[in-house]
Each structure stands twice: as C-alpha cells, then as structure tokens.
Design a protein around this ligand. Structure first.
Ligand SMILES: CC(C)(COP(=O)(O)OP(=O)(O)OC[C@H]1O[C@@H](n2cnc3c(N)ncnc32)[C@H](O)[C@@H]1OP(=O)(O)O)[C@@H](O)C(=O)NCCC(=O)NCCS
Length: 168
C-alpha cells in the first residue's frame, strides 16, 4: 500500500528529514553534514510544505514544495527521495504527483524542479517538460523541468486520493 501526504506530526517531519539525510547526505554525498536549509531557509521558516511517502506503513519517501518569490504562482519542488530498499516499487511517482497536487491546491500555477540528469526520463513520463539546457545546481549537472499545476479544487481532490492510499 502506497500513501503520500503532507507531514502531519513532528514524527512525520522527522521521518521526512531522515529520508533526505540518508539519500542526499549519506548516499549521494551532495550535501555535507546536513541538507536542511542549505542555501535557503525554507525548512525552518515555515515556507515549505514537507511531504512523506509510505510503503506498506514504512515512511520511505520525501519531497518538499514551496512558492518562489516570483512570478506569482510559481512553485518549486525538491528533495524528492525514496530510500534505496524501496525504489522502483511505485513510491517515487506518486510522491511527485502529490507534490504537484498540493502546490495546485494552494493556488500554484506552475512548478519547477532541478532534476538530476539520470531522472529526466522519470519526470518526463510524469508529464514534466525540460526548460533550457542542463546547468550546475548544488554542484551537479541538473535539468530544469516544469509542469502546469492543477486548479485548486482538482489539486485538493488528487491530494486526498493519494493520502487515501492505493495498492503498489
Ligand atoms: C528518483 C526516485 C525518487 C524514483 O523513485 P522510485 O520509487 O524508484 O520511482 P517509482 O518506483 O515510482 O518509478 C516509477 C516508474 O519510473 C521508473 N523509474 C524510476 N526511476 C527512474 C529513472 N531514474 N529513470 C527512468 N525511469 C525511472 C520505474 O522503473 C517505474 O517504471 P514503471 O512505471 O514502468 O514500473 C529514486 O530513484 C530516488 O530516490 N533516487 C535518489 C534520489 C534522487 O535522485 N532524487 C531525485 C533528484 S532529481
């Protein structure tokens, strides 16, 4: 059973940060020590929405979304991660869909993401489009990608469905 939703408790936020640490600090070594609030204050200043993904009741995935300063309605998604033991079991894709649904439910119009080149096909299959050429982001080549967000009511309904869970 796969469930994706906004983190609702201190424990879920801790779980969200644990997945990010395991993947981006320990596995990929993109960040040294911690990936929290690297280069921005979104984790602690309340501007980011932290999402969690469960596979059969185990918190195994994370993603974060926040609105950018401009233009109005533009959101960013980042820190998408699934613990290695849970990959290719169908958690990453609904986490991305959940990020898109929740940003749409909050009135966003478009979302951008800096996508590692190895994941461009994964995002393309989820309806995202590449923008421009790859560029260096957090020290590695990334492709900027973009997707239009659903209208608020549709986004809220999609987010409810993903929080309700479905079989993997
Ligand atoms: C990228 C990531 C989140 C994907 O999560 P996942 O749980 O393995 O994804 P899913 O199981 O939902 O994959 C859905 C489909 O995409 C495919 N897929 C997964 N990763 C892919 C990739 N990198 N490229 C192409 N296809 C991919 C799966 O095989 C699956 O295909 P199917 O529908 O035909 O079965 C995960 O590999 C991960 O955490 N990687 C390390 C962190 C990272 O790179 N984060 C993203 C930064 S941009």
């Amino acid at each position: 059973m796969i469930v994706c939703r906004q983190a609702q408790s201190r424990e879920e936020r801790t779980g969200h940060f644990r997945v990010r640490h395991e993947v981006f600090v320990l596995e990929q070594a993109i960040f040294v020590g911690s990936d929290r609030d690297w280069h921005d204050g979104h984790d602690e200043d309340g501007s980011a929405i932290h999402l969690v993904g469960y596979c059969d009741g185990i918190l195994a995935g994370s993603v974060r979304v926040f609105e950018l300063d401009r233009p109005p309605g533009l959101w960013q998604g980042d820190r998408l991660a699934v613990l290695p033991a849970f990959r290719v079991c169908g958690l990453g894709a609904p986490l991305v869909r959940c990020a898109v649904a929740i940003a749409g439910a909050h009135g966003g119009r478009n979302m951008v993401a800096h996508v590692q080149l190895a994941n461009v096909t994964f995002f393309t299959r989820l309806g995202w489009s590449s923008v421009g050429e790859p560029e260096i982001y957090v020290g590695l080549p990334h492709q900027q990608m973009r997707i239009p967000l659903p209208a608020p009511e549709l986004g809220a309904s999609l987010a409810r469905a993903l929080a309700g869970g479905r079989s993997a």
